[in-house]
Design a protein around this ligand. Structure first.
Ligand SMILES: [Mn+2]
Length: 419
């Protein structure tokens, strides 16, 4: 087995990253993190590690990396260390280009990545060593491994690695695996977490919150994604380290209600003429109506309604949502982008798996490229892309024509789902 060898390499690499961080003792750093539970737990662990090393930190929470946003961050924090976590792995080339040697950059991610290796640019990403970040290591676990290599004291945050892993559904086969399981083992040994078996599934009770990891993860994701526009992720990070206070709990509940209401309104819009039906696709545009929710919402909404009676069960479902120009931690940016999410009714999913019609893993990258956009995450039955505003209809036409010709060939099932 090669995997043992790879794991040893990986651990050595994490140690190396730890030494690099230690060498920046006393500097300042900007932690740029994703807005879901894994990204929030990652930011919490990293900020405590930096505190331990007397590195002063600023936090920036992002939904997506984009050249315009990266440029804003690197000018605002010029001269500091920029640490991207739970995002940016695949954008390493772009970040290096936009950075133009203004800042030292570290990327600590578990999504597929491009390696960039320079003196002022360091990518720590399990995928580069062939360890699936979709299965065996969350960003929170990666940050945890890094942190305990620097200081034993950081072991007190093992529970955050568990919550981050569960937040990314790494327990979907019944329990967390690989390096996530290593972190779980530490959390158990240290008395932070208890495992409960429910049927064929493990649930992790986190003593610090007196709550299950999945419940905490859901709260954090709601704070960060539904409450993105109102900096709910800040409350999330605070809760990770200090526990949930009344205010944070009621905010998390309020956000759940906001989401329910927005989703109901959108269904009403769709049943009142808001759905466009083409030969192969059915699509809609939410504009800014989901604000303050981030653009993750359109994917979740499509997932929720994909089998609704008002949809055609043999057509691809596409939903568009404007990317907000306002980034809560950065202010207004000159960004004119739209997120497009693709899902499909169960009947069509079956046809895709049977190979009789093309899946999104072929349609999305090709259509995105045709309109000058970038496929963000592609999987056979679920996908997302970022395209320029005004290109929506062109994107729909591209999907239609690709389906019409069906000349696309499958690129295989290894594309990652990240929506
Ligand atoms: Mn993650």
């Amino acid at each position: 087995m090669r995997s043992g060898f790879l794991n040893q390499d990986f651990i050595e690499w994490v140690r190396h990253a730890g030494r690099i961080i230690e060498n920046h003792n006393g500097n300042s750093a900007t932690i740029v993190h994703h807005n879901d539970a894994d990204g929030i737990c990652s930011a919490a662990i990293l900020s405590r590690l930096c505190e331990h090393l007397s590195i002063k930190t600023e936090l920036v929470c992002l939904e997506k990396v984009h050249p315009v946003i990266v440029d804003r961050i690197h000018s605002k924090y010029e001269g500091s260390i920029i640490i991207y976590t739970d995002l940016a792995g695949l954008a390493a080339d772009m970040i290096d280009r936009v950075n133009a040697d203004r800042c030292t950059v570290w990327i600590i991610d578990h999504h597929p990545a491009r390696p960039v290796q320079k003196d002022n640019f360091f990518v720590l990403d399990s995928e580069i060593l062939g360890i699936s970040g979709d299965m065996f290591v969350s960003a929170s676990t990666l940050n945890y491994l890094l942190a305990i290599n620097v200081s034993d004291e950081m072991r007190k945050y093992a529970y955050l690695a568990v919550i981050g892993s569960v937040g990314d559904y790494h327990d979907r086969s019944g329990g967390v695996l690989g390096f996530d399981r290593f972190a779980l083992g530490e959390a158990i040994d240290l008395g932070q977490v208890k495992v409960k078996i429910e049927g064929a599934r493990e649930r992790y009770h986190v003593n610090f919150f007196d709550e299950y990891a999945d419940v905490v993860a859901r709260r954090l994701t709601n704070l960060g994604t539904v409450g993105y526009g109102r900096k709910g992720y800040r409350l999330g990070i605070k809760a990770c380290l200090e526990g949930f206070d009344e205010k944070t709990l009621s905010e998390a509940e309020k956000l759940e209600e906001i989401k329910t209401k927005k989703f109901e309104d959108a269904v009403e819009m769709l049943t009142n003429g808001g759905l466009n039906v083409e030969k192969y696709t059915q699509w809609f545009h939410l504009g800014d109506s989901f604000s303050p929710m981030g653009v993750k919402a359109v994917g979740e909404f499509c997932q929720n309604i994909k089998d609704a009676v008002f949809l055609k069960e043999d057509k691809y479902l596409l939903g568009f949502q404007n990317c907000p120009k306002y980034i809560p931690d950065l202010g207004e940016v000159d960004l004119s982008a739209v997120k497009v999410s693709g899902r499909m009714p169960t009947l069509l999913e079956r046809k895709v798996f049977a190979g009789s019609v093309p899946g999104y893993d072929t349609l999305f990258p090709a259509a995105s490229e045709m309109v000058g956009g970038v496929a963000d995450a592609t999987h056979k039955i679920a996908a997302a892309s970022l395209i320029d505003r005004g290109k929506e209809k062109e994107f729909v036409r591209a999907i239609e024509s690709l389906r019409e010709s069906s000349a696309v060939t499958s690129v295989g099932g290894f594309a990652k789902l990240r929506v």
